[in-house]
Design a protein around this ligand. Sequence first.
Ligand code: PLP
Length: 398
Amino acid sequence: MSATQNRTISARVVDAIRDAIGPRDGFTPLHKPTFESHEWEYVKECIDTEWVSTAGSYVEQFEEDLAEYTGAEHAVVTVNGTAALHVSLRLAGVTPDDEVLVPALSFVATANAVAYLGATPHFVDSEERTLGVYPEKLGEYLDEIAEVRDGTCVNTQTGRPIKALVPMHTYGHPVALDALQDVAERYRLTIVEDAAESLGSLYKGTHTGTIGCLGALSFNGNKTITTGGGGAILTNDDDLADEALHLVRVAKEDHEWEYFHDQTGYNYRMPNLNAALGCAQLEQMPSFLERKRALADRYRDAFADVAGVSFFEEPDEARSNYWLNGLLLDEKVSDRRNAVLEATNEADLMTRPTWQLLSSLPMYEDCPRMDLSTAENLERRLINIPSTPTLVDSNSDQ
Ligand SMILES: *Cc1c(COP(=O)(O)O)cnc(C)c1O
């Protein structure tokens, strides 16, 4: 056995991360924002002109820029990604008696958006290849527990309609959308993509978030681009886009002075200050993506010969934005996960485990679910490592 293999897996992971990102002073966070464009200029303009809130011109500019960048017909910007998901699910027709299929392996917002509508999250398994919803297993499960009655999918065990499916592109890696669309078509499910993590990721050449009926993006501080807090709804449907815009502006009818609201809407519109930041951030997408890919390449090389752990790579048919880089511990060393987390954080390299499965959180523990064995397995083995694009800049000699 070689000397490297005799060392603990924790020490091997610390060394490999250092190898990839080079020597660092101080703490290296998981993902920090990068402001290298016109951020200051655009935000200052909002303050100088006093157009800081939702009526300013950057709001519509950011929507146009997002639509152009992603190829979506329409983008409607919101206060955060959770709000974008909430409104998207409402537009998908989700009502209080419904169930919505969501991955158990996701950030809590995916299930919360369902719960905000009074509906019930129904948890589905993930596949190791994409870290996202497992289409074949989902299809077989629905064959057992669901049937289509009068054009609506019904859970024959609970009697409730299953309206929608929310695939999430985990850490930026696109799920197998073709196969999921087949399942969704067979069971009349509306697809709402949770693309909060995957701006810039392509599935077979098409931007994630534009393939389902609706897609939700997030521009939280830790995402690929940030507006401070923010999100967007993407859709190719003109009517859905109009309704989305109406709902996020408290469902107020346009009028010179009257306050008429035709339904219970939401105060979810993105302010101009945030949109200004977004316009400047979006200008840098090509540069962010290029450097994130270069960083992923370095991690792949650095971990190539590290026993017990592998660097997670994008699925063959997709191009990932590599938002958060991930390591998968081998099954036989998965009990070392916390030791790896402790050693890396102690070495000032921020790492985090993946999310606790949503199906095990107190508010969702009684919700319906399929066999979640792959998600449970991934939960024990998956670790995220530093992923800020600028990590490649000062280490360009490698
Ligand atoms: C970030 C994120 C969201 C939305 O988050 P906000 O903080 O509300 O913008 C939704 N789903 C997933 C999977 C996310 O990672």
